[in-house]
Design a protein. Structure first.
Length: 585
């Protein structure tokens, strides 16, 4: 499959796939284009990418501003992976999956009796590598310089790998440059993708220089570096033939300067600049010039590394934003679907209520009101789940009875279970201690799981009318581990291992269009906010078991008495959450 990834322009971060069965796609400003771009310099139908055999060809559709491939204007040109297509101010990278190469198996041996006779001779942590690189530099001056350069590149790579913050990264890199180059001033400037103007992102000054003063840089030098994509070294910028015509060079008074482009994979993202304002006469009368060709070469390499890091961070941010927008769209679509269904139910119930009022028919009136009430409960539950999931909420623990919370939850669903013919089983344990937890949050977590269990039993009942219909709830506690468990068993259809592994994911529902995919996600979030968790184990045809674990945080008073083994019912081997007589979920 081929694709186009926008790396520059208002649509930056968007990806457009070219399906295997598509012979061509158009690029332009109109909504009818497969690749629609928000760019005023792009024509309504600007260009077209057409499949020719196993290859792709881009062709200009008589656009106003032309189509460019790798900075070259084309009417028609073949495409290869990595080619840049520019239309207007937008730049897209063409990608194409290569043919898969078979990969042989890899065996990892371990454990007793394994044929593994290797042993670790020595290990080296990251922080000691620089000491090894600097050790024993007495062989030759050339070797010492090579090791020093390798040390700078290694530390640059470390700085890049340790941060995703652009400003922090560029500040670190400029600090490394100043350790190695005797510059008076230095800065890193990045190009704004929208207007291609340079903006200063990091600045450094040698000790003793007024850092609050304005730093003046020659536009002539900057333009030369950006236009030619070359690094420049000058020992006296005013006498350099390349900049002889530049008035800005005369005004800056720069004597030595190094300016290199920050060249990334696809484009120049900025420049790195260091200079010294020491007069040339003072330099030549002393020992040596500060800047050499070796400094220039190393700064070009550092600039390239920094540019790759800037690109990676920029594209990562764009992808995160794209995924966030996609998640928002999915959320709106999913919730809108369920809200629409609930509103249809309310509308239908309201119609029956009106019929009952007009005809003074109490039976129709009651039936309509029951429908309205059920859908009101649904939308109330949906809104509460949305609030619980979207808001970071610290639990408000108070001394509460977990037994009472479970009983209230079962009372809430008792009418629904009775109508479906499902038995609710709960035997309150004697002597179960009061705990510190947020009763409202834990109640919501248990209610979601119990409601899910009732749905599972009802679904199986429709397929197997003679099946056992039961939801059983147990409370157990482990004083040694300091954990209490709410175990909810159902006799529903059960789930296979793959389905059970995804039930806590957002918007994943085993109930098709009847489920929101929020309930179990919210329950897990609530339990984790309390320092606990929720697990599931299930087997098709045998039902499911959900185990909600909660830390046994006891009120301060009466701590010793409440935690005694006599007062706390322990998990038993036959009915524990890990028992083999029943599938867990």
């Amino acid at each position: 499959m081929a694709s186009l990834f926008v790396i520059q322009g208002r649509n930056r971060g968007e990806r457009f796939e070219i399906a295997d069965d598509e012979t061509s796609i158009s690029i332009g400003r109109e909504s009818a284009n497969a690749v629609r771009l928000d760019d005023n310099e792009v024509s309504r139908r600007h260009a077209e990418i057409r499949r020719v055999g196993d290859r792709f060809v881009v062709g200009d559709l008589r656009s106003s501003n032309g189509t460019y491939v790798n900075s070259r204007k084309v009417e028609r040109a073949p495409l290869a992976a990595g080619d840049q297509i520019q239309v207007g101010r937008t730049v897209l990278v063409f990608g194409q999956e290569s043919e898969e190469i078979p990969v042989g198996p890899v065996d990892i041996v371990s454990g007793p009796g394994a044929d593994d006779h290797s042993r670790i001779v020595r290990s080296i942590p990251d922080e000691t590598v620089d000491l090894l690189l600097l050790a024993d530099d007495t062989q030759s001056l050339r070797l010492a310089r090579a090791r020093s350069n390798l040390q700078v590149m290694y530390r640059t790579a470390l700085a890049i790998s340790h941060t995703l913050d652009i400003d922090d990264l560029l500040g670190r890199i400029l600090g490394l440059v100043f350790e190695w180059v005797e510059a008076d001033r230095g800065c890193i400037m990045l190009l704004d993708p929208a207007n291609r103007q340079l903006t200063s992102k990091a600045r450094r000054d040698r000790s003793g220089i007024d850092a609050t003063s304005s730093m003046t840089i020659s536009r002539t030098i900057l333009d030369y570096v950006l236009d030619h994509r070359e690094g420049v070294l000058t020992s006296d910028a005013r006498d350099d033939d390349r900049f002889r015509s530049g008035n800005s060079v005369l005004r800056t008074g720069v004597r030595e300067a190094i300016c290199v482009p920050m060249q990334g994979r696809y484009d120049t993202v900025g420049v790195m600049y260091v200079d010294t304002t020491v007069p040339l006469a003072d330099v030549t009368a002393g020992e040596q010039q500060r800047f050499t060709e070796e400094h220039l070469k190393l700064m070009i390499a550092i600039g390239h590394q920094a540019a790759l890091a800037v690109e990676d961070t920029t594209y990562y941010s764009a992808m995160v934003q794209s995924e966030r927008l996609a998640a928002v769209g999915q959320t709106i679509a999913t919730l809108s679907h369920h809200i629409k269904n609930i509103l249809q139910g309310i509308r239908g119930g309201s119609y029956l209520v009106e019929m009952g009022l007009e005809g003074n028919d109490q039976a129709v009136l009651k039936k309509g009101w029951d429908i309205v009430a059920r859908n009101q409960n649904k939308i109330s539950s949906l809104v509460m789940d949305m609030l619980s999931f979207s808001k970071e909420r610290e639990p408000e623990p108070v001394p509460s009875s977990l037994v009472t919370v479970v009983e209230e939850v079962l009372e809430t669903v008792a009418q629904r279970a009775a109508e479906a013919g499902t038995a609710l089983v709960f035997e309150p344990p004697l002597g179960f201690p009061d705990l510190l937890f947020d009763p409202e949050g834990i109640s919501r977590a248990i209610l979601n799981v119990v409601s899910n269990a009732l749905d599972a039993v009802d679904e199986r009942r429709q397929e197997e009318p003679s099946c056992e219909k039961q939801v059983a709830v147990r409370l157990t506690a482990d004083a040694d581990e300091g954990i209490c468990r709410i175990i909810i068993d159902d006799t529903g259809s059960g789930m296979d291992e793959e389905t059970a592994a995804t039930v806590f994911n957002l918007f994943v529902s085993t109930k098709g269009s009847r489920g929101t995919g929020l309930g179990l996600t919210v329950s897990k979030k609530i339990m984790q906010e309390h320092g606990g968790d929720i697990t599931v184990a299930s087997e098709p045809g045998r039902g499911s078991r959900f185990t909600l674990e909660l830390p046994m945080t006891l009120p301060a008073e009466g701590f010793g008495q409440t935690l005694s083994s006599a007062a706390v019912p322990e998990d038993d081997d036959d009915n524990s959450a890990d028992g083999e007589d029943r599938a867990e979920s």
